[in-house]
Each structure stands twice: as C-alpha cells, then as structure tokens.
Design a protein around this ligand. Sequence first.
Ligand code: ADP
Ligand code: MG
Length: 223
Amino acid sequence: MTPILQAQNVSKIYDMGTTKIEALLGVNIEIGKGEFVAIVGKSGSGKSTLMHILGLLDTPTEGEVILNGINTKGMSEKQLAQVRNNEIGFVFQSFNLLQRTTVLDNVILPLKYSTVPSSEWERKAKEMIEIVGLQDRLKNKSNELSGGQKQRVAIARAMVNDPSMILADEPTGNLDTKTGEEIIKNFLKLNSQGKTIILVTHDDELAQIAQRKIVLKDGCIVK
Ligand SMILES: Nc1ncnc2c1ncn2[C@@H]1O[C@H](COP(=O)(O)OP(=O)(O)O)[C@@H](O)[C@H]1O
Ligand SMILES: [Mg+2]
C-alpha cells in the first residue's frame, strides 16, 4: 500500500482562554492511494477537526500531516493553499456553493486558481458536470436546484482540478436517505476510477460502504 496521506501523533487543542478543549489526542492514520475510508464517531468526537487537519485547512497543535510523502509541517499558507487546490477536493454538508451563480460557473471557480489555461475551463467543467449527471442544468443558478443536485454540483466542483483525493464531511447530512444514497454512489464511482475517498459521517450504516472504518471517540481512534 502506497500511503497518500498520513497523520502522525496529531493532537488538536482549542484554547478557549479559561478552558482548553482537547478535540484530538495522538491520532495516527495511514491512508493508501485509492482507498475508500470512512471516519465515524458520535457528534463531538473530533471528526470535523480531523478532516480539517487532514485536508490542510487547519494545523494540528502537535503532530504532523504527510501528503504523498511530503511533510506539510512548516509550509506557508500560500504553499498549503496550492497543495489543497491541486491534491484535495472538498465536499461539505452545507454544499458551500455560490447561490446566485450558475452550475457551470460554480464548477469553473476552482480552475481560476489552477494552472489550467482559461481556454480549457468551460470544457473541463462541463465534463465533470456530465459525470454527476447535471448537463441539463448548466445555466441554472445553484439556488434553483434540489439538495441532492446541489451536492452533485459540489462533487463536480471538488473534482474539476483532478485531485488525488476527496474529503467529504457529512455530505449526506442535509439530504433524505434516498438522495444520500445517490450521492454515495457518486463517491463509489469516483473511487472505482482510482480516487482516494475519505468520508466523514456519524451514520454507521452509511459508513458500511467504505473499505475501512476509522472510529473516533473523544478525540482518539478506538478502532
Ligand atoms: N473552532 C473550535 N473552537 C473550539 N472548540 C471547537 C472548535 N471546533 C470544534 N471544537 C470542539 O472540538 C470537539 C470536536 O468537534 P468536531 O471536530 O466538530 O466533532 P464532530 O465533527 O465529530 O462532531 C467538540 O468538543 C467541539 O465543541
Ligand atoms: Mg462534524
């Protein structure tokens, strides 16, 4: 197994002045290229904190995150942003789309921060929108879409820079069961094409589709 992502002895302590919240304590994780891993645990167990750290959106208080064999500790904010944009696609519970912007323009957005020439943007975005089956909604504004459609746009946007992995934090949390299953099928499809998927969820049943489950409790891996 070639590790694509490693967390070594990662702790995160939120300093709230009078109190300190230990959100993660000595977490060790190794994720292989092409794996589909679920990170599960109850609300407050530290899943989102871990996801933000693995995705280089936040830095640990202690420990290291190693991506493709490169230690990210000490990287500047600019370097981290570049690594994120090239290597990681994010999907969140709340979709995080630009509401009054079209499907096409939402998916084009990450390309504007990439090295892809502008002449390629529309073609690449349309290709991803077709994969999630929304080619007939290109010109709709995202606030005109259903929850499931919004999440499919978010997946297309996460994929458009051809990242090596997808990090999804409760991606079905705002969707009904049936729509949630459809979203999960999109992740399975991407995984079968070789993408590494890290799915964060409190839903044990949903986590069953992953090859491997990492269980968090009170900031520690218990399984
Ligand atoms: N930005 C923050 N500031 C202070 N405490 C936080 C912050 N984010 C999360 N926490 C705390 O850290 C713990 C883990 O939270 P979180 O990672 O969001 O868990 P989960 O995603 O599993 O619900 C909780 O006790 C939460 O209140
Ligand atoms: Mg969370």
